[in-house]
Write a protein that binds this ligand. Structure first.
Ligand SMILES: [Zn+2]
Length: 262
C-alpha cells in the first residue's frame, strides 16, 4: 500500500517467511538518532526498544529487543534504515586488483527478503538430528567479557538443545555465524573483471551511519528552529524523512523521498 506522506510512520515488519511473526516499527526521529552511542549489539537493542511500538499485532514490544534472534534483530535494523534513510545502500568500493573505484548499489529490501526466507525460525534441526536455537542479544550479553574461546563454548551451551558440544559444536557454530544480515556481497570490478566479496553488516552500517549523520541532524535542527521557531523537543520528535523534507523545502530543493512507503 502506498500512503501519502503523513503521520503513517509505523510499519509492519515480517520476522519470518510466513509473516505470522511480525513487529511494528516506527520511523527513527532525531531523538532516536541522538541516543545512539556506539555500534555494539547493546546499542542496536536500545535503538530497537525505542522504535518498537506497543501494538497488539506485534510479537515484539518495546523492551523485548534483547530477546530477538540475530536474524530478527537485523531484519528490524534493515527496516529502520529503509524508513529513515531510504531503500538503497550505495557506496564506492575500491577494486583490490586494479585499485579502480566502482559503485556498489543494492536494494536493502531484496537482501532482507533473502535473509528472511532463509532464516531458521525457532528451533533449528541439522540433518544429523542436532537441534539448536539462534542466539539472542541476551545470550551475547551473558558471555560478554569472557575470553573468546570460553565465550564461544558458553554461547554454544546456551543455544544447543540436543547434541554434544564436542562433536556437533563446530557445525552449529558455523550455522550460527551465517545468520543475520552479515553477508559477503559478490561484486565484480567493471574495469578489470576482478571478483570480490564485500562484507556488509546491517548493524554496523546503520549505527555508523547514524553516528556519521550527527552534523546533519544538528544542521537540520538549527535550520528548522530558525525558520519555524519550533522547540528542540518538537524538532527532535519529527520522523527523519519529514525533518529532511522540511529542510529541503527551506533550501528550495525538491523534497527527497527517503522513506520506502510500501
Ligand atoms: Zn579492478
Amino acid at each position: 500500500m502506498t500512503s501519502a506522506a503523513g503521520p503513517d510512520t509505523v510499519h509492519l515488519v515480517p520476522l519470518d517467511p510466513s509473516g505470522r511473526r511480525r513487529a511494528m516499527l516506527r520511523e527513527p526521529a532525531g531523538a532516536d538518532e541522538q541516543s545512539v552511542g556506539g555500534t555494539t549489539t547493546a546499542d542496536a537493542v536500545r535503538l530497537l526498544d525505542r522504535l518498537l511500538t506497543d501494538d497488539p499485532a506485534s510479537a515484539v514490544r518495546p523492551g523485548d529487543a534483547a530477546t530477538l534472534t540475530v536474524v530478527e534483530r537485523d531484519l528490524l535494523l534493515a527496516a529502520a534504515y529503509r524508513l529513515g534513510w531510504g531503500p538503497r545502500i550505495s557506496g564506492v568500493v575500491t577494486c583490490a586488483a586494479c585499485a579502480a573505484p566502482f559503485d556498489l548499489d543494492f536494494r536493502l529490501a531484496d537482501l532482507a527478503d533473502r535473509v528472511r526466507a532463509e532464516a531458521p525460525a525457532g528451533v533449528v534441526t541439522l540433518d544429523d538430528g542436532v537441534t539448536f536455537r539462534l542466539p539472542t542479544a541476551q545470550d551475547e550479553a551473558a558471555v560478554l567479557g569472557l575470553p573468546p574461546d570460553e565465550a564461544e563454548r558458553a554461547l554454544l551451551a546456551r543455544c544447543l538443545i540436543s547434541g554434544a558440544p564436542e562433536t556437533h559444536g563446530p557445525r552449529v557454530e558455523q550455522a550460527m555465524a551465517g545468520a543475520g544480515i552479515d553477508l559477503d556481497l559478490a561484486a565484480t570490478c567493471p574495469e578489470c573483471g576482478h571478483g570480490a566479496d564485500i562484507r556488509f553488516q546491517i548493524q554496523d552500517y546503520l549505527l555508523a551511519t547514524i553516528r556519521c549523520d550527527w552534523a546533519t541532524l544538528i544542521h537540520d535542527v538549527h535550520r528548522i528552529a530558525v525558520a519555524y521557531g519550533w522547540s528542540l523537543t518538537e524538532i527532535l520528535s519529527l520522523p527523519r524523512g519529514s525533518r529532511r523534507a522540511f529542510v529541503a523545502l527551506l533550501d528550495g530543493e525538491p523534497i527527497p523521498r527517503t522513506a520506502e512507503r510500501s
